[in-house]
Design a protein around this ligand. Sequence first.
Ligand SMILES: Nc1ncnc2c1ncn2[C@@H]1O[C@H](COP(=O)(O)OP(=O)(O)OP(=O)(O)O)[C@@H](O)[C@H]1O
Ligand SMILES: [Mg+2]
Length: 353
Amino acid sequence: MPDDLLQAWPGQLLETLNTAVILLDDALRLTYLNPAAENLFEISRRQVSGQYWPGMLQAEKSLGDRLRGALHAQEPFTERELELHTAYGRHITVDCTVTPLSNGDLLLEIVRVDRHLRIAHEEHLLTQQRAARDLMRGMAHEIKNPLGGLRGAAQLLESELEQPELTEYTQVIIGEADRLRNLVDRMLGPNNVPDNRTVNIHQVIEHVRSLVDAEAHPGLELKREYDPSIPELQADAELLVQALLNLVRNAAQAGARCITLRSRTQRQFTIGHTRYKLVIRLDVIDDGPGIAPDMQNKIFYPMVSGRPDGTGLGLSIAQSLINQHNGIIEFTSEPGNTRFTVLLPLEVANDTS
Ligand SMILES: Nc1ncnc2c1ncn2[C@@H]1O[C@H](COP(=O)(O)OP(=O)(O)OP(=O)(O)O)[C@@H](O)[C@H]1O
Ligand SMILES: [Mg+2]
């Protein structure tokens, strides 16, 4: 990029780019970063101006050598899949194009690539989860039909029994048939088309909050951290309540003392292959024991449960309900800090990525 352009348009051009751009002086100290770079590295330009850049991001030592080499030879280069760390210590993978400028500065354009990998991974997981759910629904249908006959026959048998003490057995059949039918109904999930209306997301969260409150988990505190400026969305409130309830209930059942319900918006967010201008982000954060590492890859699959009395359907249903709204559920978990995040799109961006 010519120097005069940089001089003339530093604010307008660079500040609006989606690509992270930074300038380093000849000692590899940061002299400029645009807002996209601030976002990517989770730093504010005021804090870091003048700092030695490779050190700040815990890059490999060889990066500093390559940057000095480019300065010396005045030759541009692109480094692929560079491993860096943000100011919060978060690990990111980036492609970085380095261009030496005639005034002795270096211009770096940085594109995050683990986000693309993450999207591919996300798509793969969603496809697998969908296939598992379809299989389960197919099975549930097959089980549901004979169950009615089984129950009816037990009732008939009961009415013909001459020894009343034998009804104990027919009652077992009827009771177990009812239990199975409830399970099968949950496996089938809601089968009506979502009834989308204008929904205030905080009414949904508050409803979930009052339901979990009424379940009386002793000593449980439910905190709210809402962003009141979130616009309304078109959604089926009942389905959102069900999805969110499954998340909050899981946290309560895992033995959390405190569950935080947080709402935020996120700009320019990609779900699957669609980029959205605005996305609602709902976090359910709990301080419980966390999800065991060997469970983490499979908790969204149906019938996977870590609880002795769990059916393992809650998360699979929640993911399916949020997918119906073009959203997704993600999570991170470690002991004392588990966070399930529901991302619900509000506005589609024009481009796709
Ligand atoms: N917040 C959490 N903390 C710890 N473990 C969790 C949390 N959320 C989910 N899990 C784990 O994931 C498993 C799967 O959850 P899911 O809601 O799908 O099924 P379930 O709760 O076992 O049964 P169901 O929801 O059908 O009654 C849980 O059994 C639990 O082991
Ligand atoms: Mg559950």
